[in-house]
Write a protein that binds this ligand. Structure first.
Ligand SMILES: Cc1ncc(COP(=O)(O)O)c(C=O)c1O
Length: 394
């Protein structure tokens, strides 16, 4: 019977990891990973996380089930952190198993509405949105966001594309450190986008994955705050995987702002969807986050560690631009220094991307995404040299 199972599309990031493992070259370089790494390829546990874990071991008195929407304290503390005073009224929230499950619960909810809205996605965007929306049987469509060859956001085309959206549709965007492009809208562009969404009755859905990696935790919350203050209905998903370095512990949350009369129904709907899927969110990661956010000393330590990760990524980005200019006399990659977060797209054609791996042992995610955090000083020179080689007319 099982021979009838058909081939499933596998996430290109996971396929990339397999190709890398199979590459026998000793000097191969893996830029496919979606996590923060230092120059040695390590993802250390933050000191603040270790201390919070110790505190939890000593103080936790029960491991019984929580509500289907998780720990209300975690949701309240996190919601206030992200949205400030705009989180005080009107939200239904759920603790979820990382950001992916927050996205999936919302996708299920939209797909199950009597008149399912269309979710508008940026192209390119996070590679798991389409699989998540598809698995939920949600409706979705695309608008252009970024042109990798010209290395810039296609803002006007994005707004043009949205003219096909109907009132009640949803626009799924990311907070800072856009994955996979590294290119964030300017504050003026973001405000202009919100004007369009508001004028057209489109509901903003913001997905936050890299808070603290662009400017600072506080500054990086600004986009979510603007949405929360301005829109009577909006959606916020967050993963704490990156900002706290707790990837495998699965901490995330879903926040939905509804009009007053819809709140109880929304709470029951989210609870029912959670029950039929993940059932309960894991508690360890979220408890660590709550413990850190509720303890001034731990919070200060965590913010300092987050700042170090941010500074390293910004430094690598600058190093790429500087090294290219000083050692190669070119500016092909100068845009990388102006972008933020762990990822950028290389301005390569498909053939050039294949040559990067085939000829130089540098592995990137299909479409040219590289994790800049992974690069050490020698890797930077290797990468720039390889790009010069494959892009020069031979
Ligand atoms: C934009 C974005 N959203 C959501 C996620 C999902 O995060 P998690 O691993 O917590 O499910 C990621 C992970 O890479 C991401 O980049």
């Amino acid at each position: 019977m099982f021979e009838q199972v058909e081939e499933y599309p596998v996430d290109p990031i996971m396929i990339g990891a397999d190709y890398f493992a199979a590459d026998p070259r000793k000097d191969k370089l893996n830029l496919t990973v979606g996590i923060y790494q230092d120059e040695h390829g390590q993802t250390p546990v933050l000191k603040a996380v270790k201390q919070a874990e110790r505190k939890l071991v000593e103080t936790q008195v029960s491991k019984s089930y929580l509500a289907l929407t998780g720990d209300a304290d975690f949701c309240r503390v996190l919601g206030r952190e992200i949205m400030g005073g705009a989180h005080d009224d009107g939200w239904v929230s759920a603790q979820t198993s990382g950001g992916a499950v927050a996205l999936r619960v919302m996708a299920d909810l939209l797909a199950q509405m009597p008149k399912p809205p269309t979710v508008w996605l940026q192209t390119p965007t996070y590679g798991n949105y389409v699989p998540i929306l598809s698995a939920a049987h949600a409706r979705f469509a695309h608008v252009p966001y970024y042109d990798p060859i010209n290395r810039q956001i296609t803002f006007e085309q994005m707004l043009d594309g949205l003219s096909a959206a109907s009132p009640g549709d949803v626009f799924l965007m990311q907070g800072v450190c856009h994955n996979p492009t590294g290119a964030d809208m300017s504050a003026a562009q973001f405000d202009a986008l919100l004007d369009v969404l508001e004028a057209r009755g489109i509901i903003p859905w913001i997905d936050l994955a890299y808070l603290g990696f662009a400017q600072s935790w506080e500054a990086d919350c600004e986009m979510a705050r603007k949405i929360a203050q301005r829109f009577p209905e909006c959606i916020v998903c967050i993963t704490l995987s990156k900002s706290f370095g707790i990837y495998r512990d699965r901490a995330g949350a879903l926040f939905v702002k509804t009009r007053a009369g819809a709140r109880e129904t929304m709470h029951r709907a989210i609870s029912a969807i959670v029950r039929a899927g993940a059932s309960h969110a894991p508690d360890h990661g979220p408890s660590v986050v709550r413990t850190i956010l509720q303890d001034d000393a731990l919070k200060a330590l965590w913010l300092a560690e987050l700042d170090q990760m941010r500074a390293r990524v910004a430094h690598v980005r600058q190093q790429i631009a500087n090294t290219e200019r000083s050692a190669f006399g070119t500016d092909q990659l100068a845009y990388i220094a102006r972008q933020s977060g762990m990822f950028s797209l290389l301005p390569l054609t498909e053939t050039q991307e294949t040559a990067l791996t085939h000829d130089h042992g540098i592995h990137v995610v299909k479409g040219g995404r590289v994790n800049v955090a992974r690069l050490g000083a020698d890797d930077i020179t290797k990468l720039i040299g390889a790009i010069a080689d494959i892009t020069s007319a031979k």
